[in-house]
Unconditional design. Structure first.
Length: 247
């Protein structure tokens, strides 16, 4: 039996580029390898990195970064069509507000992170809905990313895997792989205390749980959110699985 492709691609200019393939679903199928990738931004890829991405056949990128973030790191792979699904960042501004008040601590930073995930559901469901519209139309392979590829991308990846029927434990494992593969930008938010920067440069199960708590509060359960929030009815779910699952 041939070896599976690599889960994490060790690119020089992207520290969190990962394949969502090879995950088992509860109905006995498996997510297709080399169809959907998740990553941090694609603005610092080296020449060798670009060759790797081209060899994968990636032609579309779905970018959750805000307006200013996008200008700071434009995709360097010319043939990739970038679709902007903006979710403006809020965490660093909230942290700096707490710092100015003299109330910033690591626990406060963790709660700000959790609140940002709740707001993905409360205020940004339209961007995730648009993503699924693209997943049903665009030809894979494709990549989903934000700046770090861990929060907006992490929630989006969890939603995709849920929609495909992957179990909660596997989804949590994929989400937490960021802590193995993401390398913190040493030049970012240097005005914040080190323990706070550490808190926002990793992921915790409680972050993703906060988003799903917001789903439960606003929609009742995840299946209803997929149907009513993301507009994934039975036909759309069937089509999604036909594209991104193998027997």
């Amino acid at each position: 039996m041939p070896d599976s492709p690599a889960r994490h691609l060790a690119l020089q200019g992207a520290s969190n580029f990962r394949d969502l393939g090879g995950y088992p679903t509860i109905d006995g199928r498996t997510t297709r390898w080399q169809h959907i990738f998740r990553s941090n931004h694609l603005g610092q890829l080296t020449t060798d990195d670009i060759a790797v991405v081209r060899a994968l056949g990636v032609r579309s990128a779905f970018d959750f970064r805000g307006v200013e973030e996008r200008t700071a790191g434009v995709c360097v792979v010319d043939e990739i069509a970038v679709h902007s699904l903006p979710i403006e960042p809020t965490v660093v501004a909230a942290l700096r507000a707490e710092l100015a008040r003299g109330t910033l601590t690591a626990p406060v930073a963790l709660e700000i992170m959790r609140e940002s995930y709740r707001n993905y559901v409360r205020h940004n469901t339209h961007s995730f809905r648009a993503l699924f519209g693209h997943l049903l139309e665009d030809r894979a392979p494709l990549v989903i990313h934000c700046t770090a590829g861990k929060d907006r991308t992490g929630f989006a990846s969890a939603l995709i895997l849920h929609a495909l029927g992957v179990g909660d434990d596997v989804i949590a494992e994929d989400y937490l792989l960021t802590n193995q593969h993401y390398k913190r930008d040493a030049t970012a938010a240097t005005d914040l205390p080190d323990d706070v920067r550490s808190a926002i440069s990793s992921v915790e199960a409680s972050y993703l749980a906060a988003a799903f708590d917001a789903v439960a509060k606003d929609y009742g359960d995840l299946e209803t959110y997929l149907r009513d929030g993301l507009k994934l009815g039975t036909a759309e779910r069937t089509a999604l699985k036909a594209r991104y699952l193998q027997a």
